[in-house]
Design a protein around this ligand. Structure first.
Ligand code: BES
Ligand code: ZN
Length: 635
């Protein structure tokens, strides 16, 4: 019976949408949106810093498609106090619910019985202090050191750890929220702020456009705002605000450039929230309010590709959304492609070439280490944590595929295609199959001769990259290689390498080139003569003396330098490594550093000693992955 019900359900999930078949089965949600679909959420919380919990209610407005079915929601570590239902939308009566067994990845289904004609459901609940989607910071973990801070990170499936909802990107909701905080703190959300500028500890929000659950976001702390342009601005702690505003001053220009390429920005404002350094990601594209790591504040705007990226998601991801996590490349591959188009428009072709070349390097490294099945854009993630799908494959292979289409069909045609794609699917969640059908109809079938040059199925469903894939190169990087080779072959001392006008990207390429000549990478490439350990140490310290790399304030450069230092046992960087791991929580940086350390017994010792102290300051998402790297069993 049960099994039959489920089968029928899967069948029902194949819904007809405007003539297109959507197979929206999401293995990462318990929800049954084909039978009952949530379309609006009203939230009301007290933010309790003492207890590290959010406590309040979520009131869901639902569409009853199969009127006899209960409502099934996703939850993780939520304490459900009471459930009420309402027929007229205003008067609520006690309801019955069951909370199922918890799965390690998916959490627990909350099944709510629905009286006939009930269209609203209110859940009284609180979160747990260890909620995977929240990070509660002690004052010491903030820039100001005086006040606590809390922020959310919902993607991929962490919204369920702070809101009971249908936590699948195939369901879109509008939302409102009322948030009570300590009086001196400010709450911000991925929504319109209805509270004006008064800081009184009582804030109201409204998101009028339907968004997937992973884009619901909240942060509370001692935050200040500064305008950057007419519809752009930045929030940060007071001591970070001026630096952030200077660094991000091209934001409005980027919005204008993207609109020119892909049509109007549909979300009203575009603000950026600069978080404390424990934020586990570089950025998160929460609508109207990108969340960003402070590690992009390099002082010279060299790392603002992150803004281009998160802004691009306002089209690819937030407007047209991956229906399930196996379609994640529709979000990230498109966005990485758009990011580079924005960079080209604002900073010129050379910058774009460098970023694309760095992307290709990352992709090749990733392909050298991943199993075949994980190199597929339309990846099978059933039974796995969708955060595992976040490799360079969806990002860089996805972007390279679109670049191949652009180069084959020509920029004008491809730009037109993308613009109409964003319009056609705006405010919808779509599958890879839907994209493929749209591509066929609107580009491939129109130019069959050109279409035969792009192996679309191979791009989407096979590992690796097709032989005909573009190979982005950079003139500037070729020059860097020439200079580096002169130094490596003892023709000039390090201090004479003409680095004065190098960008961060040129430094990144230089360091990669040097490391590859020390030790050829698994993915092939420049094979140098084998250098002795002493020779490598001499070269490392010569570089450090000439360019003070150990003390670099640029997070990308110092990160790469620290990886090299571990590999080449360059001891003078030890203190900086420890300091970096103790202050920065961005997973992209800290995971490779721990991985590198863990390769030798002495390094592993060192890693564990640092991790023991750093772990309580890291975000739950970072903790999960570093625990894995170090086989941490708890102490
Ligand atoms: N949406 C992602 C972040 C994300 C992906 C969070 C998957 C959780 C699960 C965001 O847009 C992103 O890609 N951030 C990158 C930076 C970007 C410049 C490549 C990051 O955080 O490293
Ligand atoms: Zn992204």
């Amino acid at each position: 019976m049960k099994r039959f019900g489920r089968l029928l359900f899967c069948f029902c999930l194949t819904i007809a949408f405007g003539g297109i078949i959507v197979n929206a089965q999401d293995f990462h949600s318990y929800a049954n949106p084909a039978a009952v679909r949530v379309r609006h959420v009203d939230l009301d919380w007290n933010v309790l810093f003492q207890q590290k919990i959010l406590k309040g209610t979520a009131t869901l407005t639902i569409d009853r498609i199969s009127p006899s079915e209960p409502l099934v929601l996703d939850t993780r570590d939520l304490k459900i106090d009471q459930v009420e239902t309402s027929v007229d939308g205003t008067r609520f009566q006690a309801g019955t619910f069951t909370l199922g067994a918890a799965d390690k990845i998916l959490g627990a289904p909350l099944t709510i019985q629905l009286p006939a004609k009930a269209t609203r459901v209110r859940i009284h609940y609180s979160t747990s202090p260890g909620a995977s989607g929240l990070q509660w910071l002690e004052p010491a973990q903030t820039a100001g050191k005086k006040d606590p801070f809390v922020y959310t990170q919902s993607e991929a499936i962490h919204a369920r750890s702070w809101i009971p909802l249908q936590d699948t990107p195939s369901v879109r909701v509008t939302y409102s929220a009322r948030v009570r905080t300590p009086r001196n703190l400010l709450a911000v959300m991925s929504a319109e702020n209805l509270s004006g500028t008064v800081r009184d500890g009582d804030y109201s929000f409204r998101m009028r456009q339907p968004i997937p659950s992973y884009l619901i976001a909240l942060a509370v702390g001692d935050l200040r705002f500064r305008a950057l342009g007419p519809r752009t601005g930045v929030y940060a702690e007071p001591s970070t605000l001026a630096l952030a505003a200077r660094e991000l001053s091209d934001t409005e220009k980027m919005v204008v450039a993207t609109e020119r390429l892909y049509g109007p920005y549909r979300w009203g404002r575009y603000d950026i929230l600069v978080l404390p350094p424990s934020f586990p990601y570089g950025g998160m594209e929460n609508p109207r309010l990108t969340f960003a790591t402070p590690t992009i504040l390099a002082g010279d705007k060299s790392l603002v590709s992150l803004v281009a990226h998160e802004l691009a998601h306002s089209w690819s991801g937030n407007l047209v959304t991956n229906a399930t996590w196996r379609d994640f490349w529709l979000n990230e591959g498109f966005t990485t492609y758009l990011e580079r188009r924005i960079l080209e428009a604002v900073y010129g072709r050379s910058r774009e070439e460098m970023e694309a070349a760095l992307g290709l390097r990352d992709l090749n490294d990733e392909i050298a280490s991943l199993p075949d099945a994980d190199e597929i854009l339309h990846i099978d993630l059933k039974g796995r944590d969708p955060d595992d799908g976040s490799t360079d494959i969806p990002y860089e292979k996805g972007a390279l595929f679109l670049r191949h289409l652009e180069q084959t069909f020509g920029r004008a045609r491809f730009d037109q295609f993308l613009k109409s794609y964003f319009n056609h699917f705006s405010f919808q969640s779509i599958t890879t199959e839907q994209f493929q059908a749209y591509l066929k109809q609107n580009l491939l079938d129109k130019y069959p001769d050109l279409a035969s040059k792009v192996p679309v199925d191979e791009w989407i469903n096979q590992p690796g990259v097709p032989a005909s894939a573009p190979k982005p190169t950079s003139q500037a990087f070729a020059q860097v290689e020439t200079e580096a080779s002169r130094w490596l072959s003892n023709q000039i001392p390090a201090a004479r390498i003409p680095t004065a006008r190098w960008s961060t990207q040129e430094w990144q390429h230089f360091l990669t080139f040097v490391q590859n000549s020390f030790e050829p990478p698994a993915s092939g490439g420049a094979a140098g003569t084998q250098l002795s350990q002493t020779e490598k140490a001499r070269l490392m310290s010569e570089l450090d003396r000439a360019f003070n790399l150990t003390r670099s304030g640029n997070s990308e450069i110092v990160f790469q330098w620290l990886v090299m230092s571990i590999r080449n046992q360059y001891e003078p960087a030890n203190a900086r490594l420890e300091e970096f791991l103790m202050t920065v929580g961005r997973r992209k940086f800290i995971r490779p550093l721990y991985q590198e350390l863990a390769k030798t017994p002495a390094g592993k010792e060192k890693a564990l000693a640092i991790y023991r102290r750093a772990r309580p300051t890291y975000h739950p998402i970072a903790v999960t992955s570093i625990d894995d790297v170090l086989k941490w069993s708890g102490e």
